[in-house]
Design a protein around this ligand. Structure first.
Ligand code: HEM
Length: 173
């Protein structure tokens, strides 16, 4: 007996227009380098402040805020991409999702990338907030340095780099 279909068809229903998909993936992909540079600057200035070489003001303090804004922008774009990735691969069917979870290429983005990046973004938020609340400059620098370094390592491990065999088709930008 044919099963009842909500929209009268079982063809994929939710696809982003091609131009928008390419634009958003292109942005998400290139934005990684802005995040990596900001994180690096936050780590270096945080370290210098923790050693008493700099006050926790101006450039050092702003680096933390810019990094947080940059990852939040990436999170918003990522959430939209995530929704359409699920729609594209699973048509929002539980059975297809279970099937796809067996595919390393899908699982790597749908699970590893998502969890890794969410942890890194939370660490950046905690680091920024702890540094802002610290009353001693060296302590603020230490917080920014430590949390941002942990986030950088997790981000580097969670990016689907083209040198990974399952992501070889993805570009560097
Ligand atoms: C610091 C945070 C993040 C960085 C640096 C990052 C970086 C990247 C990179 C470099 C790609 C490969 C793009 C390409 O194919 O050229 C990618 C793909 C993707 N990211 Fe992220 N990402 C971040 C956070 C997130 C978050 C939080 C989500 C979900 C909520 C997300 C969802 C996705 C999805 C769904 C794709 C695959 C897009 C597709 O091929 O359809 N990302 N990400």
């Amino acid at each position: 007996m044919p099963h009842e279909l909500l929209f009268g068809s079982d063809a994929p229903t939710m696809h982003m227009p091609d131009v928008l998909a390419r634009g958003m993936i292109g942005f998400h992909s290139g934005w990684r380098y802005i995040i990596l540079l900001l994180l690096l600057a936050g780590i270096i200035t945080g370290w210098q402040t923790s050693k008493g070489k700099k006050p926790f003001t101006g450039f050092t303090k702003r680096m933390g805020m810019f990094t947080m804004i940059a990852v939040d922008i990436q999170l918003i774009v990522g959430l939209v991409l995530y929704f359409f990735l699920l729609a594209r691969y699973t048509d929002m069917h539980m059975g297809k999702l279970t099937d796809q979870m067996r595919m390393p290429e899908f699982r790597s983005i749908a699970v590893d990338h998502l969890i890794g990046m969410l942890i890194a973004i939370i660490l950046i938020h905690i680091g920024y907030s702890k540094a802002k609340k610290a009353t001693v400059d060296a302590v603020a620098g230490k917080k920014q340095f430590g949390y941002f370094l942990a986030a950088l390592i997790i981000i580097l491990l969670s990016i689907p780099w083209p040198f990974m065999s399952i992501h070889a088709w993805r570009g560097w930008f």
